[in-house]
Design a protein around this ligand. Structure first.
Ligand SMILES: Cc1ncc(COP(=O)(O)O)c(C=O)c1O
Length: 321
């Protein structure tokens, strides 16, 4: 795809201030993004390059001199663009669609501009308050009780790691995590990081976790998937929640793939049943914990045991901010 003649359109002019240059380059970048989104359907969905093709066209050593942004954009078109698999291509049907929408792109631009650090309320009050409000909106959209609160992680993998870390701290004598054989690899990774043993359970003919014979007696947590990556199968969460409550294990729901379907207003019996059951299981049990309480460095709350529930929604990166 030939996008534009960037060097002519946006070359540096002598005497431009940094700010003027930034504006010119920024307009060029937005034009590039808009052209890309308009034209992506004309590109091949999958990259056609051979291994090493992209690297061979780039300097082996770090450049000594900065390049004009127009040259960078030209290289983006010429060198890099052929090396992308276009996840937001209208004919991309692998895995899941991405959320590289225009509002999301602009949000990333503004977030990068503000260079936000939100580790404490004081370091950027707006960040903490916006995060809490966004989570409150999520609670409302998902039909969860108003008393629940949570925090936004940078990825579904981190949310699983944090949840299992909390479960390990809450039940230190239990070192097993149970998940179906179709659970996402991030659960294996979290268990390895945390020194926990992952026990896979078999699935039924619809690729859902089988609950007959589900033994959680030595488990600190069980992970149910609302949408497995391989087939989007939904584990029987209500039954798994019952088993977790009976054994005192934590329930972590990996809803990264299709938990957001719950937001859909259209009546959907399975989703409504799932939400009702989730709320029932969690009533009076616990709350979703703020980051400082479950962060890996601080360890989990020792006073929270049994039927703890953390729901990991893999929000799009630009929406996670
Ligand atoms: C079911 C499920 N869980 C977890 C993940 C990990 O998500 P992330 O890349 O945000 O860590 C994915 C991503 O593919 C997923 O599909």
């Amino acid at each position: 795809m030939r996008l534009r003649s960037w060097p002519q359109a946006h070359a540096s002019l002598p005497g431009m201030t940094d700010s003027q240059q930034f504006r010119a380059d920024g307009h060029a970048a937005i034009d590039w993004a808009a052209d890309y989104l308009e034209g992506v359907r004309d590109l091949p969905v999958m990259s056609t390059v051979a291994p090493g093709d992209i690297r061979a066209q780039l300097p082996a050593a770090p450049p000594e001199q900065a390049e004009p942004f127009a040259d960078v954009l030209a290289d983006l078109d010429r060198v890099l663009l052929p090396g992308f698999t276009h996840w937001n291509h209208p004919r991309f049907f692998a895995y899941f669609s991405i959320t590289g929408s225009q509002p999301g792109i602009l949000a990333e631009l503004l977030t990068a501009t503000l260079n936000v650090n939100g580790m404490l309320w004081r370091t950027s009050p707006a960040v903490t308050e916006l995060e809490q409000l966004t989570l409150s909106w999520m609670c409302q959209l998902l039909g969860f009780p108003e008393t629940w609160h949570g925090h936004i992680e940078d990825s579904a993998s981190t949310s699983t790691l944090a949840a299992l870390c909390a479960a390990r701290s809450a039940l230190p004598d239990r070192r097993v995590v149970v998940a179906s054989e179709h659970a996402h690899s991030s659960i294996d990774r979290a268990c390895r990081i945390l020194g926990l043993e992952l026990r896979h359970t078999p699935v039924d003919d619809a690729f859902r976790m089988r609950v007959d014979g589900l033994d959680l007696s030595d488990a600190c947590a069980v992970v149910a998937a609302v949408g497995t990556t391989s087939t989007t199968s939904v584990d029987p969460v209500p039954q798994i929640a019952d088993a977790a409550a009976a054994s005192g294990a934590w329930l972590h729901i990996d809803a990264a793939y299709s938990g957001s379907a719950r937001v859909c207003r259209k009546p959907c019996a399975p989703a409504q049943k799932l939400q009702r059951e989730l709320v029932r299981q969690c009533e009076g049990a616990t709350e979703l914990h703020p980051r400082r309480e479950i962060g890996p460095s601080a360890g989990g709350r020792q006073d929270v045991v049994g039927a703890g529930v953390l729901v990991g929604f893999g929000l799009a990166r630009e929406q996670r901010v």
